[in-house]
Every structure is written in C-alpha cells, then in structure tokens.
Design a protein around this ligand. Sequence first.
Ligand SMILES: NC(=O)c1ccc[n+]([C@@H]2O[C@H](COP(=O)([O-])OP(=O)(O)OC[C@H]3O[C@@H](n4cnc5c(N)ncnc54)[C@H](O)[C@@H]3O)[C@@H](O)[C@H]2O)c1
Ligand SMILES: [Zn+2]
Length: 382
Amino acid sequence: MPSINIKTPSATYDVTIASGILRTLSSRLAKLKQGKPYRPFVITSPDIWAHWSKPFLASFPKQGPAAPTVLLHPAGERFKRMAAVESLAQQLALAGADRDALLLAFGGGVIGDITGFLAAIYMRGVPYVQLPTTLLAQVDSSLGGKTGVNLRAGKNLIGSFNHPLAVLADTDTLRSLPPAQLRAGLQESVKAGIIFDQRLFSYLEKNAATILSKKPTPQSEKALTHVVAASVRVKADVVNQDEKELGLRMILNFGHTIGHAIEAATNYKQLLHGEAVAWGSIAALHVALARKTITPAQADRITKTILAYGPLSTFKATAAKLVALTYSDKKNRSGKRAYVLPTGIGATQVIYDITDAELLAAAESMLAFMRQSTAAPAKKKP
Ligand SMILES: NC(=O)c1ccc[n+]([C@@H]2O[C@H](COP(=O)([O-])OP(=O)(O)OC[C@H]3O[C@@H](n4cnc5c(N)ncnc54)[C@H](O)[C@@H]3O)[C@@H](O)[C@H]2O)c1
Ligand SMILES: [Zn+2]
C-alpha cells in the first residue's frame, strides 16, 4: 500500500493511497490519535455521502461519542466562502465539538480547503484528516497544507497553512466521479510528470486507455493507483523542499498562469480547473518552443498526452484578454510574473522575465491550436 511522507518544518504526516481505506477508517484514526479519545466530525457533501456513507460508517460504532457526527455542506465552488466556515463552526459548537474533536474532510478540494481552514480556527485549532474523494483532491489539493475560502474579490484570498494529521486517499471513491472530473484531475498528474517526473509522464503517455477504462478492471485500478501515488510523490517532494512557496513550489504552477486567466475569462463556469490548466500548459509549450528550452518533438509528445486525457472543453477569449488577466495572479511578486517553463520532459525552470509579447504569441498559438483541434464544444459544468 503506497504511503508517502510529507515532512516540512511545520508538520510531518503520511499520505496513504489504497483501495478499501474507508472500511478500516476507525482503526486508522485511532492509531493517528495514538489511542487518545476523540470525537469524529465528518464534513462532506450530500452527493458524496449518498455514494459512500455505508463503507465510511462500517468501521465505527453506531452510537456514543465515537460515532461520527455528519455535517453536510452543499457541493460547489460557490459555497467555498466565509459563510460556510461560520455555519459549519456554529454546527460544530451546537453538536458539542470541543478540543477532542477530529474533523474529517471527506470530499473534493472544496470540502478539503474549507475543512482545513475551519480546523485552523475552530477553538483556535483542532486536528483534521483529509479523506479526498476527487482525483484533483487526491493528487493535489489535500497535500501541502494550503487551506482557505474564496472572496467575491478573488479565489482563495482568505486562508492559512494548516497541515492535516494524515491524508487517507481511498481510490475506490474515484469510481463515482463523473468521467470529466476524473480526466480533468488527471491533467494535474500530467503536469506533475512534465515538471518533475519523466517516468510518470511516460507511464501516462503509454497507459491512457487503461487508466481511463470505463469498466474498472484490476489492471485499470492498479494503473490509477499507480498514477495517484506517483503524482502525490511529486507534490510531496516539492512541498518537502519548499513548504511556503518561496521557490521550488512555484513549479507546481506550470500551466496555471494562462490556466487561471482562462478560468477568470470564463467566470469559472465553463471549464473544469484541470481543463484550463491543460490549455495553459499548451500555451507554456509555445513559450518554451520560442525560447528553445524544449524541442518540437518533446512539445508534440506533451501535447498528445494532454489531449489523450481530453476531450478538453473549448472557450472563447482573446489572447490579449488572457494576458491582461495574468496580471492579477496571486503568485506575482511586486508586479513581476513568475512563469514556469519546461526544459525537457520531467524538468522545469521558473523565469521572471516573461514579456507580454511572448505570452501573447503563445496564447495566440494555443487558441489557434484549439480552433483547429477536435476538442469538444464548450459545455456547462455539471
Ligand atoms: N489547497 C490546495 O492546495 C488546492 C490545490 C488545488 C485546488 N484547490 C481547490 O480545490 C477545489 C477544486 O477541487 P475539486 O476539483 O475536487 O472540486 P470539488 O471539491 O468541487 O468537487 C467536484 C464535484 O464532485 C463532487 N464529488 C466529489 N467527490 C466525488 C465522488 N467521489 N463521487 C461523486 N462526486 C464527487 C463534489 O461534490 C463536487 O460536486 C478548488 O476550490 C481549488 O481552489 C486547492
Ligand atoms: Zn491546479
């Protein structure tokens, strides 16, 4: 069973990735709490709970303080707000949650980000465990301790660094994910391969059909678990070296400069995050090609692999609008844009001298490619 250690100056914990974790949850949590009494509070959404409450509850007593209290929060990015934190805190207080509480974030990135932030501030801090149920949450958002909520003024503008006691990723839960969510999440794995892990990239390149198999087989489950574990390893390696995003962690932002601009240009409604990142990655390849940090053959392999995890929804925006929107990226420092360029497959470089002209040319090439590629027409997010 793959278990990967996150070790940063502020926390050390394990990420476990396996099928069937939910059914043994209570003993795993008892171990984490080192036998000390605790009260579990599950924070999840109705759609996730409808699918997975049975295996989730199987290992817990039905009554008494060790029986989980379930707090349901509506699904969706628009509910990742301060109001959610206040409402959940109020529910915790009414349910008698004290410092013995253990919060369990059972859901995708939205539930994980809210719960991690709530855990940071409820009673000035209670422990929490990440139980990610989307591919994006398993390979990205549950790791690294970034938590928070959105403001009307922008995404993730309020939050804190707050690591969980552990991340327990049950790959079975991915079975109920809408296929588009799975594919979009896999774009973060493709990104991990491009920036840091040539072997992961080659594996994704060669095994797309198995990984995306509609009917789960032992082989496809094994392939997916392998990809999740390898992607987690990339993020863990990067976060372990740079917890607070002062340097190396920036590389996780590959594809995100234009990706975030695309999300903003389409009001966060038209594309899934991974799809926007995929288009942003294709734009980054054009910058890299112009600067000759990658070869046309490498760019071609990367593009084909990104598309293998498509189809990517298309969108309408001008290159100029996208470039203008890159100025509001949170990652910018004193007006300077950090930009992540591939320097091969499995290797990257962060540059600070990217010009508008370069970005404009790359965005235009990406948009031209989008128009002539066979990408599916834009559809609304489910
Ligand atoms: N903290 C970080 O470092 C970090 C990193 C990347 C992204 N994020 C955040 O993550 C969020 C996106 O996360 P996401 O893509 O997981 O979206 P999400 O949490 O909104 O989940 C997507 C949808 O799938 C449903 N769902 C979740 N698991 C399911 C399952 N197993 N079966 C069926 N349906 C399921 C959810 O209820 C929701 O409707 C964004 O808010 C983003 O800002 C955070
Ligand atoms: Zn991302």
